[in-house]
Design a protein around this ligand. Structure first.
Ligand SMILES: CC(C)(COP(=O)(O)OP(=O)(O)OC[C@H]1O[C@@H](n2cnc3c(N)ncnc32)[C@H](O)[C@@H]1OP(=O)(O)O)[C@@H](O)C(=O)NCCC(=O)NCCS
Length: 171
């Protein structure tokens, strides 16, 4: 019985996933700056949200909705969409939050008749590649020396990944 209660507790996430609004852009901008050498500014996020195909989803604490743990930025044009940025706060990585966030975004895009979802990821980004592989993304191209590291000026290749939403089943 105690084990059952403990399992149930662990299955219930302490965060919720929502479509981000203008009031969230300051916190999301700070989080993106924490995740990348160059993050998304508040202005860039506001501009994206003003576009008809611009979406941002975030995961936030159920008890503290201002506490944003993870975000994903997506732009959709016609029947295609692209993940422009995704990040999870360092202390919350590896808990399945980005996966849940992407599953929610993918389900919504699919319902809006988006057929393909693309992204670029460094070939050396182990956690991100693992996440995308598990969700069913497939490699469709490579961009040589696409990323430049700010700290040592080294270059990394990017893989172009694609998810076919028509055949996607929640995984
Ligand atoms: C990539 C990133 C968004 C993943 O976020 P996250 O919330 O930690 O991801 P999840 O916990 O949902 O992990 C999904 C899968 O990746 C795995 N994973 C996460 N971190 C990992 C790591 N360091 N090494 C190996 N696998 C890892 C998880 O174990 C999980 O797989 P599983 O279901 O088999 O256990 C996060 O690491 C991050 O913000 N990185 C910095 C920014 C970045 O690189 N963004 C991606 C750019 S394309």
């Amino acid at each position: 019985m105690l084990q059952l209660l403990s399992d149930l507790y662990q299955q219930e996430p302490s965060y919720g996933i929502c479509l981000s609004q203008r009031e969230h852009v300051d916190t999301i901008s700070l989080l993106s700056e924490d995740c990348f050498d160059i993050g998304w500014s508040e202005i860039q996020l506001l501009n994206l949200l003003n576009e008809s195909g611009g979406f941002v989803w975030h995961a936030a604490g159920k008890k503290k909705p201002d506490h944003i743990l993870s975000y994903v930025i997506i732009r959709a044009v016609s029947d295609e969409a692209e993940i422009l940025s995704i990040g999870t706060a360092k202390q919350h990585q590896g808990k399945g939050i980005a996966r849940k966030l992407l599953q929610t975004a993918i389900a919504t895009l699919k319902a809006q008749h988006i057929n393909h979802l693309f992204l670029e990821v460094s070939t050396e980004n182990i956690s991100a590649n693992h996440l995308y592989n598990k969700l069913g993304f497939e490699k469709v191209g490579i961009r040589k020396s696409y990323y430049k590291h700010a700290h040592d000026n080294s270059y990394q290749d990017a893989s172009v990944l694609k998810l076919d939403l028509k055949t996607y089943a929640n995984q």
